[in-house]
Design a protein around this ligand. Structure first.
Ligand SMILES: O=C[C@H](O)COP(=O)(O)O
Length: 252
């Protein structure tokens, strides 16, 4: 059975004190994780070690970074390597979020290097893909997403792919209040799974966790997560409110 994951991407929000409070509130809510379900929290870099300490006694809650750099080490002022993340016990890393692609010009080829470095350091990449509004309007979203997968993941073998999570995040739904319908999400997730099956085989396709991201909230999470190919969510805005995030986690 493949893993179900609900991941909180705090993006560039919260002070350390606010972040601690949020994690403590999530823990205090006593969320019940069903078998094979994981919660992942992705705070900003400066809070990673603190959040690691806060969650250490709670099996099923994991730590993610929001990014890592595409080189191993060296003179890259301001960047953070996968090895550094590994050295502080980070479990997952978000790679290729659309905000990184847009504001920091990250390319599919650069993301492939980040994926390799994360995997080489034992960190599971949460690889983000998804189309902008004009692509959706032109109904060419499948080809767009297929290219993202090809250029960033298809150099892997099936064994390496087992440690990758995919997050489908239609850009037009991120932080906009516009959510993909459950059918739109299911259609794209099924398409992604079919692409993975074609390239890596049926077993890899059935085993890979594919998350939905884009204005997911307590009121729509249940419907989104009930689709057969939607294995959870990558949550932005609603992950900043403990009650909303825990309600989403409990939506399976
Ligand atoms: O990483 C999370 C996604 O970008 C979704 O963000 P959102 O839930 O605020 O739309």
């Amino acid at each position: 059975m493949r893993k179900k994951i609900v991941a909180a991407n705090w993006k560039m929000n919260l002070t350390l004190a606010q972040g601690e409070q949020l994690v403590n509130d999530i823990i205090a809510a006593g969320i019940k994780l069903s078998e094979g379900q994981e919660v992942v929290i992705a705070p900003p870099f400066p809070y990673l070690i603190k959040v690691k300490q806060l969650i250490r006694n709670y099996p099923g809650i994991y730590l993610a970074a929001q990014n890592c750099y595409s080189e191993k080490s060296g003179a890259y002022t301001g960047e953070v390597s996968a090895e550094m993340l590994q050295s502080i016990g980070v479990d997952f890393v978000i790679i290729g979020h659309s905000e990184r692609r847009e504001y920091f010009s990250e390319t599919n080829a650069q993301l492939a290097k980040k994926i390799d470095l994360a995997l080489a350091n034992g960190i599971k990449p949460i690889f983000c893909c998804g189309e902008p509004l004009e692509v959706r309007k032109a109904e060419t979203q499948n080809a767009y997403v297929a290219q993202q997968l090809q250029e960033s993941l298809y150099h892997l073998d099936a064994a390496a792919l087992k440690n990758v999570v995919i997050a489908y995040e239609p850009i037009w739904a991120i932080g906009t209040g516009l959510t993909a319908s459950a059918q739109q999400a299911q259609d794209m997730h099924a398409f992604i799974r079919s692409q993975i099956a074609e390239k890596f085989g049926r077993e890899a396709a059935l085993g890979i966790t594919i998350l939905y991201g884009g204005s997911a909230k307590p009121s729509n999470a249940k419907e989104l997560f009930s689709s057969p190919d939607v294995d959870g969510g990558l949550i932005g805005g609603a992950s900043l409110v403990a009650a909303d995030f825990t309600a989403i986690v409990q939506s399976f």
